[in-house]
Design a protein around this ligand. Structure first.
Ligand code: TYD
Length: 144
């Protein structure tokens, strides 16, 4: 899978179907960097014990590539590149949502007991975030 290049837009964000080894003893899915996702990952984090009605996200990343997976349960992801928006409903542990840099994202509608796993192309760096929507729009040259 080739590296996704700028200019970044929601059209580059897509559902990636991950390998699923079906087995009566339980299914198995695996992910290899650059083979199943268009980046090497250096970090994994997860959201869990999300209370009903809570919203996560509310930011964009300057350079980070991510794959978002509903490892258990379901939730919605709204992506926004400053011009176009796309909404995804994630509810399978063998589907990931690839999100390229410079995409504002909101995660909500978490089902009870859901777990959101994220693979990220780099380690945590607060300087990589746009946490203000107006600042994000300005940075990408879109009108606030
Ligand atoms: P944030 O990325 O805003 O969470 P979400 O997008 O899921 O709503 O991160 C929430 C807090 O956790 C913030 O203070 C930064 C911290 N954090 C880390 O220290 N390391 C990490 O890898 C992540 C993702 C967040």
């Amino acid at each position: 899978m080739s590296e996704t290049q700028p200019p970044f837009s929601v059209d580059q964000c897509r559902i990636v179907e991950l390998p699923k080894i079906s087995d009566p003893r339980g299914n198995l899915t695996f992910i290899e960097g650059r083979r199943h996702v268009p980046f090497d990952f250096q970090r994994m984090y997860y959201l869990y014990d999300v209370p009903g009605g809570a919203e996560r996200g509310g930011h964009a990343h300057k350079a980070l590539h991510q794959l978002i997976i509903a490892m258990s349960g379901s939730f919605d992801v709204l992506l926004d590149d400053g011009r176009n928006k796309k909404q995804f409903h994630l509810n399978r542990s063998y589907y990931g949502l690839y999100v390229c840099p410079l995409i504002w994202r909101e995660l909500n509608n978490f089902s009870s007991g859901s777990v959101c796993v994220v693979l990220a192309s780099n380690t945590y760096d607060e300087a990589d975030y746009y946490r203000d929507y107006g600042e994000f729009l300005q940075a990408i040259g879109s009108q606030p």
